[in-house]
Ligand binder design. Structure first.
Ligand code: SF4
Length: 359
């Protein structure tokens, strides 16, 4: 997220996929922690209902994955005194608002959401058999967001269309039900994460299932071993060959993408060694920097950067009662805000039943 002059309130969550990797850290967690420490009011949701949209059959690992993810959030520096950490399914208001908002959006509008199309393509799904819940997951996401009335939603560029839908639903609701009263919903702004994407070590999209990630819990030895296998410049066969740290735009494939998309090691240097990255690129191009020591150097830097996260996580892992208390308190605080918003929603929609009050 670029510099924002003021502070506000953010809502951001993740599907519980278990242990977090470097991409989760760079694309989200690091930013959450920074905002929290700048005085923003942070709400962070474990989006367990969202897991069901693409994986409802097998929930055997779900609770372990939630726990692992929360430990990684705490390890990364989310401070439960400053940030509310909660589990979506523990706050039933998300389901009710999802239902109510689902009346305000057409099926065609949901089918146009680009990330849904991508999921259908990536998971090789049949568009005709996609579930009702999956089709509407962006409405659930809008409900997740609007309940907390955040001013901003930190997202990567691929999630911007979801924030757009959220804003549309907020506007639609306010227009339909709040003509004679103050609007219930705030239209949140998408706040783009500055370093949203880090490629996997093999140069492809980072994914745990592919095994091209560095986990926040990896030991220094594992990190060094993984970085040793990272994708570099295939043309730099010998230590003294000049390399191409950045993408080579002179050689494109049939779809117009560079055949050599840039060295992953250099990409990681730019993130974790910003002062040294220009010098590394210059020496690489000049053929005076061999890959082996450069990878060793990066492995050490990553290991140093992750050490405080690993240590903090270990302290929380050794105290499961504390972790339970943190999440229980987060659920309670989230419920308080969500219930207040939903009371406004029900009133605006005339769903409150006045003649039953006191019964
Ligand atoms: S020297 Fe470093 S930046 Fe250059 S190709 Fe090798 S690993 Fe990549």
């Amino acid at each position: 997220m670029g510099p924002v002059a003021k502070t506000g309130r953010i809502l951001s969550g993740m599907r519980p996929t278990g242990r977090m990797h470097l991409g989760n850290y760079v694309g989200a967690l690091e930013n959450w922690v920074r905002l929290q420490n700048e005085g923003w009011r942070n709400y962070h949701m474990v989006a367990d209902w969202h897991m069901l949209t693409t994986g409802y059959e097998d929930t055997s690992r779900l609770q372990d994955d939630i726990y692992d993810m929360v430990l990684d959030w705490l390890g990364a520096g989310l401070d439960p005194e400053k940030s509310v950490i909660f589990i979506q399914s523990e706050v039933k208001e998300h389901a009710e608002l999802h239902l109510l908002l689902s009346m305000l959006v057409s099926k065609a509008r949901l089918e146009r959401i680009p990330t849904l199309k991508e999921q259908i393509r990536d998971l090789n799904l049949d568009e005709q058999t996609i579930s009702y819940g999956h089709l509407g997951y962006s409405v659930l996401q809008a409900a997740d967001i609007l309940l907390y009335k955040p001013t901003h939603v930190p997202v990567g560029d691929d999630q911007v269309p979801h924030v757009e839908l959220t804003r549309e639903l907020a506007r639609r609701f306010n227009f339909v039900y709040c003509q004679d009263r103050p609007p219930v919903f705030v239209e949140p702004e998408a706040a783009l994460t500055a370093f949203a994407r880090l490629r996997g070590l093999d140069g492809n999209r980072m994914s745990k299932s592919v095994g091209n990630t560095i986990l926040l819990t990896d030991t220094p030895e594992e990190i060094v071993r993984k970085v040793r296998q990272a994708y570099t410049d295939p043309k730099k066969a010998r230590a003294t060959d000049p390399g191409r740290p950045e993408a080579d735009l002179t050689e494109l494939d049939a779809e117009g993408r560079p055949v050599h998309p840039g060295c992953v090691v250099y990409e990681y240097h730019r993130k974790f060694n910003p002062e040294g990255a220009a010098d590394i690129a210059a020496r690489c191009r000049a053929g005076t920097l061999p890959c082996v020591p450069d990878k060793k150097d990066l492995g050490q830097r990553l290991s140093d950067a992750l050490a405080p996260i690993r240590e903090r996580r270990e302290r929380y892992a050794a105290d499961p009662d504390r972790v339970r208390d943190i999440v229980a308190e987060g659920n309670r605080r989230a419920r308080e805000v969500a219930a207040a918003t939903l009371a406004e929603v029900r009133e605006a929609m005339r769903l409150k039943v006045p003649w039953l009050e006191g019964r």
